[in-house]
Design a protein around this ligand. Structure first.
Ligand code: SF4
Length: 343
């Protein structure tokens, strides 16, 4: 494969083709480094060496009516997670302060459930207004489930910058992972977000049994939907969920998939999301050459990597955190828990 020509096509108005993407996904291990180098060229053309950090807050956990097979918060999951209703504004403000401390530029407010009630929307918009007042430089993204036009308008008025609703998998494979809502329900919400003027965040969850053709379909679907940011999650087979036995990813497969999403969506903020520690493992630094965005802190129901290790990895790769001062974590003797770090 001619990787220089591939990067050129990705950066051209025509973009890459479906056969290009399938070739990327099926490329050999010997081609992995030239592939990453080509993806890095595309990444730097749009984002330079910047990396954006995002901090997740689980506003409401568990007891969901839906049956998404990967999700520990589904009503049919037996995973032993904490179940709680919407948290208080004070707790959200603490998390916002934590996001700033972690050098995150975006706070992602996520709640379990098929869709929010009008009362939920009122409570979340009140939280958003408080965060905006106290931390004006922090972007806010909400992820609250299926949306109506009225609800997207309320969020937009309150100052929400972006809304997340993942496609998760391909249209063909969707019924294998969920039967309580449809793929089209998800796409409709993404279109409503787009129409509202909020930035559209929509991504995928890889490792559920999809084929390379499914991965290509997801990448092109997100381009068609105009996703401004694309979180790529890797399945964590949480005991008690429907996919607890599924573990099909390898670090190199994950890297190829990230490259595929980068080539198809060259100017989208590509985020390495949940499961990166488990599946990319020691190849995570190479992932940062392809993606330009990362979560820092914990995930919704699973623990994330120690934040000071994340900041070290970024500094070690010579990347710069979007919105942060020039001083690097690697040069700082204090870790984020406040303890002196012994090196
Ligand atoms: S709708 Fe969301 S919270 Fe509910 S089961 Fe699906 S992924 Fe989990």
């Amino acid at each position: 494969m001619d990787f220089t020509a591939l990067a050129d096509r990705s950066l051209s108005p025509d973009g890459v083709s479906r056969p290009d993407v399938l070739e990327v996904l099926r490329s050999s291990d010997d081609d992995l480094l030239p592939l990453v180098e080509a993806a890095y060229r595309v990444r730097t053309a749009h984002f330079g060496k910047k990396i954006k950090l995002n901090h997740l807050v689980n506003l409401q956990s568990g007891a969901c009516s839906e049956n998404c097979a990967y999700c520990s918060q589904s009503g049919v999951s037996r995973a032993p997670i904490s179940i709680y209703p919407l948290i208080s504004s004070e707790k959200v403000l603490q998390e916002a302060a934590r996001a700033v401390e972690l050098k995150a530029s975006r706070l992602c407010l996520v709640s379990s459930g098929r869709e929010p009630s009008s009362d939920d929307i009122e409570r979340v918009t009140a939280m958003v207004r408080l965060v905006r007042e106290r931390f004006p430089s922090l972007e806010i993204c909400c992820s609250l489930g299926l949306m109506t036009e009225i609800h997207t308008a309320r969020l937009r008025e309150a100052g929400v910058n972006a809304y997340n609703h993942n496609v998760n998998t391909s249209p063909r494979y969707y019924t294998h992972v969920c039967s309580t809502h449809t793929y089209d329900d998800r796409c409709q919400t993404i279109r409503k977000v787009k129409e509202s003027g909020m930035s559209t965040c929509s991504g995928v969850l890889l490792g559920m049994g999809e084929t390379p053709e499914d991965v290509a379909d997801m990448a092109f679907e997100l381009r068609r939907l105009g996703a401004d940011s694309i979180p790529v999650n890797f399945l964590i087979p949480i005991p008690g969920t429907g996919l607890e036995q599924v573990n099909r990813l390898t670090p190199r497969r994950c890297l190829r998939a990230l490259c595929a999403f980068r080539f198809v969506n060259p100017s989208a903020e590509l985020r390495i999301a949940g499961g990166r520690e488990l599946h990319l493992r020691s190849l995570q630094p190479l992932g940062l050459l392809v993606a330009n965005s990362l979560f820092i802190g914990d995930y919704l129901t699973t623990e994330g990597e120690n934040p000071s290790d994340v900041l070290d990895m970024i500094a070690d790769m010579g990347l710069e955190i979007l919105g942060a001062e020039t001083s690097s974590a690697a040069e700082s003797p204090v870790d984020l828990s406040g303890r002196v770090r012994v090196r």
